[in-house]
Every structure is written in structure tokens, then in C-alpha cells.
Design a binder for this molecule. Sequence first.
Ligand SMILES: NC(=O)c1ccc[n+]([C@@H]2O[C@H](COP(=O)([O-])OP(=O)(O)OC[C@H]3O[C@@H](n4cnc5c(N)ncnc54)[C@H](O)[C@@H]3O)[C@@H](O)[C@H]2O)c1
Length: 268
Amino acid sequence: MKILEGKRGLIFGALDEKSIAWKVALNAHEQGAKFVLSNAPIALRMGKINELAEKTGSRVIPADATSVDDLNKLFDESVKLLGGKLDFVLHSIGMSVNVRKGREYTDQNYDFTIKGFDVSALSFHKVLQSAWKNESMNDYGSIVALSYIAAQKTFPDYNDMAENKAYLESIARSFGYHFGNRNKVRINTISQSPTITTAGSGVKGFDVFFNYADKMSPLGNASAEDCANFCIALFSDLTKSVTMQNIFHDGGFSNTGISEDLIKEFTS
Ligand SMILES: NC(=O)c1ccc[n+]([C@@H]2O[C@H](COP(=O)([O-])OP(=O)(O)OC[C@H]3O[C@@H](n4cnc5c(N)ncnc54)[C@H](O)[C@@H]3O)[C@@H](O)[C@H]2O)c1
């Protein structure tokens, strides 16, 4: 049985085949879902989203996730195109201008900070508010955004994205209350292991992050494919009572103090 058979969705953030959202789209298609793909207009020009749309029989609707107008149109068109309200939404969007421009955490350009906050964190509230006001979600739907453990613990080179992720996780709790009460819609964030993608690799020292987390985690780093599986599980009816959570999908990293692998590394 396909666990998303008959479900309709909206997937933000597939840029290329490395993107977590790309893997979620392939998986959702295999599991029988129909969905719309969306990304920022500039990403549509640079990325390969049309290839993914062809593979999954889906349509692409551009939207800048910081624009409320774009989002309202997107939800409206998606519901019309798919022939009914949505059962799932994936917010897989992140970008720090400070990181991109090589500005240290202690030397922020605050215009960059505000732009990165709007793209990476506030956009989640905008997506939810747009879905809420347009009444675009079916009862018992599920909305997921992607986060990182720098929301709880300091990873110096993650820069201002740490605050953006903390805000993102808080929105899932606050909006999760309202959407749960009105429509039984679930809202969760998945805190994913470091993953080799365009956004991930942009962080300074990413290789070290990646290898350190891999050696620290009893199960090793969670792959993008496993993250996609977990998203599908959260979209499905098998997780109907899970909401307002930040769930670590990290091979056990978040609850490990030190691993034997790392002890060996530091023992001369
Ligand atoms: N890669 C990792 O190590 C890692 C770890 C934990 C969490 N995450 C999170 O996973 C999510 C997806 O990132 P990814 O690693 O797949 O990288 P990615 O670069 O493939 O995806 C980021 C996406 O955000 C989109 N985006 C940027 N600005 C936008 C805007 N204004 N409107 C709409 N879309 C916009 C980009 O076009 C891109 O598709 C992000 O939230 C990221 O922070 C990534």
C-alpha cells in the first residue's frame, strides 16, 4: 500500500538532486501523492526543478517565500490545480546572507541578518499564515520544516542561522497550537544531521562538521534519503498525533556526549 495515496501537497525548496526537498518529492511521488513544487524565481532559473517536475508529474509554481502576495497566489493556485485542499506542506528553505558574504557572527551586516531571517525563519510563519487564511489545508494535514541542532547548541560557524532555526522551531510550536485547534493540522520541525547540499556546504568548515557528527553519532549521520523517509512518515496518517515537536533525525548525535570513535581520535 502507498502511504500517501490520494494525498495532495506543496513542496518548497528543491533546487537540485542533492536538495533534501528533491528526495522528499521523489519519495512522495513513489508513495502516491500529487503535489506542486515551488521555489524562488531566481532558483528556478539556476536550478533543475523542471527535471524533477517531469519525473514526478508535478507542476512548478514560482514563489518567493518572503512575499505574502506570492504565497497567497501559490496556495490558491495549488488547491485549484490539484483539485482540492492540501494534506501536506514541506518548508525546506534556508539561506544566510552573512554566511554567503563571509561575514563572521561577531561582524554582522544587519541588513544581511534581517534578509536571512526573513528567508529562513519568518518565511515559515508566512507560509503557515497564508495556508491558514486561505483555508488551504485539509483537516488532519501535516506541515514540516527542516531545522538544525545549532538552535540548541552552539556551532560557531553556523553563524546567524542558529537564531533563525531557533525561531523556526518556536513557530512550529506556536502555530501548531492554533492549526491543531482549528483543523487538527500537525506542525513539526525535523532537526537533521549535516547533509551535503548547496545550503549545507555553504557553511564554513562544513566537512569538519559533517565528519565530526558522523563519528559522534551511534548510527552515523542521517542521510538525505532517510530524512525524506521521515518527512513521508510525518505526512502520513501514521503520525496523526505528533505535533508542535522538534524531532531530532540525527543518528543519536543530540544525545551523545562523546563516542568511542572520537576518544580514539584524541588518544595518542
Ligand atoms: N544541508 C544540511 O546540512 C542541513 C542540515 C539541517 C537542516 N537543513 C535545512 O534543510 C533545508 C533545505 O536545505 P538543503 O540542505 O536541502 O539545501 P538546498 O540549498 O538544496 O535548499 C535550500 C532551498 O531554499 C531555497 N530558497 C532560498 N531562498 C528562498 C526564497 N526566498 N523563497 C523560496 N525558496 C528559497 C533555495 O532556492 C533552495 O532550494 C534548509 O532549511 C536547511 O537549513 C540542512
